[in-house]
Design a protein around this ligand. Structure first.
Ligand SMILES: O=C(O)CCC(=O)C(=O)O
Ligand SMILES: [Fe+2]
Length: 268
């Protein structure tokens, strides 16, 4: 075969592989969607915004926390789901992030209690009441919609950053630490979540079951490194007031996802 023919053959093969991968993913998302809807027929319907509950934390600074947010049995079920997963993708973005991540797609297939929380209309209603606007989950193909961050090796951390908003609506990040322990297993890890509020750095406690809700596109934040023998596992979820996005936002989202979830994110 001549060089010219080889090049054409390789290009055709590449094009076919890209189409096959794309079709596989479309089918995968459709199956996951169907399974979620079968489990909870109301999952896509979020209830309206009720009156502000005075017991809810103030969201004036675009950040609020709730201690002991979930019933302990629910947190235990979520922790058990996550403990059973081995599909952690390690990412290392020099100086920015070092740690493991479990993608939404893996959670959909293997962590029903985690996805159940993210898809729960009651949970959407709670987040909506905290932030004061009606929110819905971000789309299924977005690998960061609901992911688990695993800080498990010494030095695992995430540097100062804003959470990029790839949607037309406002974008909120909700963190639920599931595990946070030191080497002895008696206290919390050395990691500290810091947020810059009105120009001042604040420590946000992240013990297990503390719900942290913030508008990450406006609140600069970071999580400092864990030490030897420590473990910190955080469920990270995103919500938006409008899940539509422009073509440019879609491309930007895919490129960002490849840094954390590998090259396959380009086909999401
Ligand atoms: O691990 C943390 O506390 C921070 C995670 C974070 O910044 C995020 O999920 O956007
Ligand atoms: Fe973040």
């Amino acid at each position: 075969m001549h060089l010219y023919e080889t090049a054409i053959f390789a290009s055709v093969l590449l094009a076919f592989s890209a189409v096959a991968i794309r079709l596989y993913r479309v089918r995968l998302y459709r199956d996951i969607d169907r399974r979620l809807l079968a489990k909870d027929g109301n999952a896509s319907r979020s209830p309206g915004l009720g009156p502000t509950d005075p017991s809810l934390p103030n969201f004036e600074n675009r950040l609020a926390t709730i201690a002991d947010a979930l019933p302990s049995e629910q947190l235990q079920r979520i922790a058990a789901d996550i403990a059973g997963l081995s599909d952690t993708e390690r990412s290392y973005v020099p100086t920015h992030k070092k740690g493991g991540t479990i993608a939404y797609e893996t959670l959909c297939q293997q962590a029903p209690n985690v996805v159940g929380l993210y898809q729960s209309p009651h949970f959407h209603a709670l987040i909506s009441r905290i932030v004061g606007v009606h929110v819905v989950p971000t789309p299924l193909h977005d690998q960061s919609s609901c992911s688990v961050l695993v800080y498990e090796r010494p030095g695992d951390h995430i540097g100062w950053h804003y959470d990029h908003n790839f949607y037309k609506g406002r974008h909120f990040t909700v963190l639920l630490p599931v595990v946070n322990r030191d080497a002895q297993g008696t206290g919390l890890s050395a990691a500290r979540l810091s947020a810059r509020i009105r120009g001042e750095d604040r420590d946000i406690p992240t013990p297990p079951n503390q719900l942290i809700v913030f508008e990450g596109a406006y609140v600069l934040h970071k999580a400092s490194p864990i030490a030897e023998g420590e473990r910190r596992v955080v469920l990270s979820m995103t919500f938006t007031t409008d899940p539509r996005n422009s073509r440019l936002q879609g491309v930007a989202r895919r490129i960002k996802d490849t840094a954390f979830f590998g090259i396959r994110a380009l086909w999401t």
